[in-house]
Design a protein. Structure first.
Length: 222
């Protein structure tokens, strides 16, 4: 991969300009930060690209619900691949490679993971320091974490006119945000249900069932 450099030189009373093509250099970068208001605000402060923040959320998606469980004071460290041009890091997502390792301390509990690829099989995934895959049977959240999504825990009751806790989990996100099943399963119901709007019910193994309600649209069938 190459980049184009514009070079301007002074020659007496004149300036000359020329373009040069040079190879990008790959390097391993270490970054760390502390949550004050949000994950992306913290990664912005640490000059960590959004693509790496998203990969970090995916790395720990089986351990932490990044929409609801982040706390002020949570800490993280990441090691990732980056490309540089003339020694300066490229900040756009195309200049960022794989997240290689990460550590996240959430509410006093620390999680670690590294990226490993088996050269023989070609399979790759994130693994904990104990050698176990970080891929869980169930994800902590039905939505991929991004800069534009957020969560909340209370629901406004339209009759009692109060904010009340309920047994489900509410997520706030722009209309059209993709909702994913938190685990493998079979769609048992996909359609309209009074009180819940567009609903998808999924049956998982072990008599487990998850329900996704108040959807703007449904793209699956029973």
């Amino acid at each position: 991969t190459h980049f184009t450099r514009l070079t301007i030189e002074r020659d007496g009373q004149r300036f000359t300009a020329r373009t040069e093509t040079a190879p990008l250099q790959a390097q391993v970068v270490l970054g760390s930060g502390t949550i004050r208001t949000s994950l992306f605000a913290a990664t912005d402060d640490a000059n960590i690209p959004d693509a790496i923040a998203s990969q970090m959320a995916d790395m720990f998606s089986g351990d932490i619900d990044f929409h609801r469980e982040l706390r002020k004071g949570d800490r993280f460290s990441v090691v990732y691949e980056a490309l540089t041009a003339d020694g300066e890091p490229i900040t756009w997502d195309g200049g960022v490679g794989r997240l290689l390792a990460g550590e996240f301390t959430n509410n006093g509990r620390t999680y670690n993971a590294v990226w490993f690829k088996d050269q023989a099989s070609g399979k790759a995934s994130f693994y904990g320091f104990d050698g176990q895959s970080k891929r869980r049977a169930f994800l902590a959240s039905p939505m991929e974490f991004s800069r534009i999504t957020s969560g909340f825990a209370m629901r406004f009751h339209p009759i009692l006119n109060t904010w009340r806790q309920h047994n489900g989990v509410d997520y706030g996100a722009p209309t059209g945000t993709a909702v994913r099943s938190v685990g493998d399963g079979t769609v048992e119901m996909a359609g309209w249900q009074n009180g819940f709007g567009n609903v998808v019910k999924i049956r998982h193994g072990g008599n487990r069932e998850t329900v996704y309600a108040h959807l703007s649209n449904i793209d699956v069938k029973k």
